[in-house]
Design a protein around this ligand. Structure first.
Ligand code: NAP
Length: 306
């Protein structure tokens, strides 16, 4: 069978594309390697997706988005995609569940945590270094942790961990947070959080497991040690473009170049959600991308491109 569309990635962008495509009468296969929801599946409470006045658990929202697409006939397979051939009219997607053919492809692979780039980072992952507070926070109950970063993720992680841990250091390389001001009052009230300004992590101290970090004061150049049991790295994300980075045009940070139409530089290939160039990466505009993609997929097929 040749699908009208194969969607790679089951986050909000991918599932909205699936929902809109099947409702428009197109056949859609969605390939997801882990579980529906993407990044939001590892977010405990989502308060800024409209329609849930008490917030919603990210995993539940992922399941609901899948159910919406399922209802109209979208097919999901849990599969890892190994390679894609996007240049032919009929696109080929090679995966752990077989090879699939499609008239159009949606890249909805999202983004992953950026690493600090420290020598000991990989070997200590799972032994004190973590990238997801909601996944690993409970391992540090009543312990001391450091959260690295100054964006929304770092502040959300620090606030989340302050309800579990004895003490949370928020280590930021500047003297001003990048995070939205809406978090200000919550941070002020969080007695267990101490913000360490102008500090760059130079080393993770360890004796098999993490015992602390060495930070450098960016103003004085002074080095100091902070004792902690865990380090949560929240310094932004990098796009998951391994499959397509030599094929599709990307910007300097590696995001697939696509505008509001979600069209990429290859006809019949679309990029939605966090993986594409955009000024703000949120669930709500990932969903908007999915809806937009369906309009241009439908137009691409209808106007005889294929
Ligand atoms: P981000 O906004 O890019 O922030 C990354 C933070 O890490 C910045 O404070 C940056 O410092 C710092 N940083 C980057 N590289 C570093 C390094 N090597 N060492 C130390 N610090 C480093 O990333 P994010 O917080 O993951 O958020 C990503 C996107 O998701 C954003 O658009 C954000 O608004 C969105 N988001 C939204 C929500 C929400 O609305 N609920 C929650 C989470 C994320 P500088 O500030 O000095 O550059």
């Amino acid at each position: 069978m040749i699908y009208d569309v194969v969607i790679i990635g089951g986050g909000p962008g991918g599932y909205t594309a699936a929902l809109y495509c099947v409702r428009a009468g197109l056949s859609a296969l969605l390939l997801e390697k882990l579980s529906p929801g993407g990044q939001m599946a590892v977010t405990s409470v989502i308060d800024n997706y409209p329609g849930f006045e008490n917030g919603i658990d990210g995993f539940d929202l992922g399941q609901k988005m899948k159910a919406c697409a399922d209802r109209f006939g979208a097919k999901t397979l849990l599969a890892q995609v190994f390679s894609v051939d996007l240049k032919s009219d009929i696109k080929k997607i090679e995966s752990s569940e077989g090879v699939f053919e499609a008239k159009t492809v949606v890249i909805a692979t999202g983004a992953s945590p950026r690493k600090l780039g420290l020598k000991e980072e990989d070997s200590l992952a799972g032994r004190g270094i973590a990238y997801c507070a909601t996944c690993d926070g409970m391992f540090f109950k009543n312990k001391t942790v450091a959260v690295i970063g100054g964006g929304n993720s770092a502040v959300e992680d620090a606030l989340y961990l302050s309800n579990i841990c004895k003490k949370v250091y928020l280590i930021h390389r500047r003297n001003e947070l990048r995070a939205a001001s809406v978090y200000g009052s919550a941070l002020e009230k969080a007695e267990r959080i101490e913000i360490v300004w102008n500090a760059v992590v130079k080393k993770v101290l360890h004796e098999n497991v993490v015992t602390g970090i060495t930070v450098e004061d960016t103003v004085s150049g002074k080095l100091s040690d902070i004792a902690c049991d865990g380090v949560f790295v929240a310094v932004g994300r990098i796009p998951n473009t391994e499959l397509v980075k030599d094929v599709l045009k990307t910007d300097a940070s590696g995001y697939i170049i696509a505008d509001e139409t979600t069209r990429t530089d290859i006809p019949g290939v679309f990029a939605v959600g966090d993986v594409r160039t955009k000024p703000l990466r949120q669930i709500v505009n990932a969903c908007a991308d999915g809806a937009c993609a369906s309009k241009f997929i439908e137009e691409y097929i209808r106007t005889g491109n294929i």
